[in-house]
Design a protein around this ligand. Structure first.
Ligand code: ADX
Length: 648
């Protein structure tokens, strides 16, 4: 929580509308010339620039090249002299244009992928003589991946093919077919000559057969991302500020709109509250009681619920999906290949997670769109992958919302990949966190998780042991507890037999009773974990769905550990003589004999107790705890002393 004044967010210019575009294409297909030409023909060049370049060319006996203009402007931009990323590059009578990717702008992909720069439309340049190249296809695929839906294809250098309609049609046919396969329909395909100035701003006498718009006319026909207003509300929380007694939830509305009095749903907590007020930055305070996509606003609520950065606000209906797993089409930029089991920082809207690559489903060859199964994804490749996080993320299928349906992966703070989300075939897990009670007013605990970790020297978390009766859960839980306690850690064991004589003494072993048993343990364990304790649970927990609920309760602090031993071994061990009784029919619903055990599908750690000594098993568990729960304190402000007496 911050107590600083409202952040300065410059109000968006309201005078003229603006469209952000990207111009992409093969290196030699004439991007620079096109941009240079557009600048010139729209009268957008800085004074004297054209003459200066012309003079220089004449002096050197070179023909004038529009790309030189671009290079000169680019050089200035790179030195930070005149142009910044948000500067208007050219203007038409209709509106201003910002070019996100200037030719040669190396950071383009990173910026696009990270969402630092998102463009609303694109011009993809193809050389009429060379035709569609692998790189042209890759760019088409990338635009699709990055969510740019308005695309104009400029078939450049038509002068070199005698303005041939047949050649143009050939390229048009090939490229349209390719784009169709990836689900992209270009809005316009325009034959142009950047060098000669054909179809840049107006019709061309050289190509009377073409009746569509010129490049600039096509750009003017594109729409600004106003449509976002009409989508369901998505308001990712950027920060929560405290002024007097008021808490202002600040962020940028990515989609939809909201107004005072609206009932809001907060994800992933699934809490609700109404908007009491909309706070405006002094610069653009018009007293309005509503706000819409694209606006940065602060809101206050009618009741105090716990809200933090990364939460996504929506209306109650048409909420984002909640999931710990999703499929993605991803573009990989990392120097090291992406591989199954690797972990990266994941950013979706304002939330950050640690994501693990669960599967690489396909690596896509962008040239012929063929798929292959590979173990890793190399730099520059596109792949379909499954990513998993601990905890529930609020997100959308990319097809329904491009803002909350895209993500970035970072390694050592650098973006290494990004892409779009598909929830095809993955269930929404919101029902797992539904709260039945009403009129609940949660209180803010005032002591943060980070502060507790600082004091304890480790994080709180649930180590959820699951396995058959006799697999070794209790033995390992006790041994692990002993070692962690000796290190001075806050640790506690919740064990089946003990809990069943108290908290769960009313429960038997029917599926419904086991479900309730695990639900209670899951909630208790989550409380222990949020109190900063390492809680080890030793329960058979035979059903996947029940374990999942326990995981959801722990909100990201859950570690599933499969204590694995086959039924034969367990029966041989039979420490409590229960297998014998079960075989004799004296115990009904006995797990492994007359009741099922669903193996954990994707545990964080598997300990095979049939092959490994207790000592080695404990070593593995200790290593796991050190790696996942004991991290050095990174932020000075995690120190409790910084907060003592201070307003949080
Ligand atoms: S769970 O299935 O609901 O997770 P839990 O771990 O709490 O079970 O309890 C399992 C313990 O209860 C076993 O270790 C065993 O000592 C005892 N027990 C008694 N009856 C059964 C049964 N029918 N199936 C499994 N365990 C049983």
């Amino acid at each position: 929580m911050k107590t600083s004044p409202l952040p300065h967010i410059a109000p968006a210019s309201t005078e003229r509308s603006q469209l952000k575009i990207v111009i992409v294409g093969h290196v030699d297909h004439g991007k620079s010339s096109l941009v240079g030409r557009i600048f010139h023909d729209t009268g957008s060049l800085p004074d004297g620039k054209y003459d200066a370049i012309k003079k220089m060319c004449d002096k050197r006996g070179m023909p004038f090249e529009y790309s030189f203009l671009m290079d000169a402007l680019q050089a200035e931009r790179d030195q930070g002299i005149t142009i910044d990323t948000t500067q208007i590059w050219f203007k038409t009578p209709k509106r201003d244009y910002v070019i996100i990717d200037a030719p040669g702008h190396k950071e383009f992909l990173k910026n696009m992928i990270s969402g630092a720069a998102s463009s609303e439309a694109a011009v993809l340049v193809i050389d009429a003589k060379e035709g569609v190249r692998e790189q042209s296809k890759r760019h088409g695929y990338l635009l699709h991946l990055l969510g740019v839906q308005q695309i104009a294809v400029a078939v450049n250098k038509m002068d070199l093919v005698d303005y041939s309609e047949a050649r143009f049609k050939e390229i048009e046919k090939e490229f349209t077919a390719y784009l169709k396969d990836i689900g992209v329909t270009p809005s316009y395909i325009i034959p142009i000559s950047a060098r000669e100035g054909d179809l840049i701003t107006s019709k061309s006498a050289h190509m009377p057969w073409y009746t569509g718009p010129s490049v600039v006319e096509a750009l003017d026909l594109f729409t600004e991302s106003k449509k976002l207003d009409e989508l369901p509300l998505r308001f990712p929380v950027q920060d929560v500020y405290k002024f007097d007694e008021r808490r202002i939830i600040a962020g940028r509305i990515e989609a939809g709109s909201l107004k005072v009095g609206d009932e809001l749903l907060f994800s992933p907590t699934n809490k609700t509250a109404r908007i009491a007020s909309i706070e405006h930055w002094p610069e653009n305070d018009n007293g309005s009681t509503k706000a819409a996509a694209g606006e940065s606003v602060g809101i206050t609520l009618d009741e105090q619920i716990f809200v933090e950065r990364g939460n996504v606000i929506s209306h109650r209906t048409e909420a984002p999906k909640l999931t710990n797993i999703f499929k993605a089409k991803l573009f990989w930029l990392g120097k090291q290949p992406l591989a199954v089991g690797k972990r990266y920082k994941l950013k979706i809207a304002t939330s950050e997670w640690v994501a693990e690559v669960k599967e690489i489903d396909n690596v896509v060859n962008t040239d012929d769109l063929s798929h292959s199964s590979q173990k890793q994804v190399e730099r520059g490749a596109v792949a379909e992958v499954t990513l998993r996080v601990r905890g529930l993320i609020a997100l959308d299928d990319y097809a329904s919302n491009s803002k909350t349906g895209r993500f970035v992966l970072l390694e050592d703070y650098y973006p290494v990949g990004g892409g779009i989300i598909s929830m095809d075939g993955i269930p929404d897990q919101r029902s797992e966190v539904k709260v039945k009670s009403t009129n609940i007013h949660e209180v803010d605990y005032h002591i943060t998780t980070a502060q507790r970790s600082y004091l304890n020297g480790h994080k709180g978390g649930v180590l959820w042991f699951s396995g058959l009766s006799g697999s070794g859960k209790t033995t390992l839980a006790q041994e692990l507890q002993r070692h962690l306690f000796a290190k001075g850690y806050q640790v506690y064991v919740l064990d089946g037999d003990n809990i069943r004589s108290g908290l769960c003494s009313d429960l038997g072993f029917s599926p419904a009773d086991r479900q309730e048993n695990i639900r209670r343990i899951g909630e208790v364990a989550a409380l222990f974990a949020s109190a900063g304790v390492i809680v080890i649970t030793a329960f058979i927990s035979p059903y996947r769905s029940d374990r999942f609920k326990a995981q959801a309760a722990a909100q990201g602090n859950f570690h599933s550990i499969y204590v694995k031993a086959d039924i034969k071994t367990c029966e041989l061990r039979d420490p409590k003589g229960l297998y014998k009784k079960a075989r004799a029919g004296e115990i009904k619903d006995f797990t492994g004999i007359s009741a099922p055990y669903e193996e954990p599908e994707d545990p964080d750690l598997t300990i095979n107790t049939t092959k490994t000594s207790v000592e080695s098993c404990v070593t593995m568990l200790l290593d796991y705890v050190e790696q996942n729960l004991v991290t050095p304190v990174t932020s000075h402000s995690d120190k409790p002393s910084d907060y003592v007496g201070a307003e949080i």
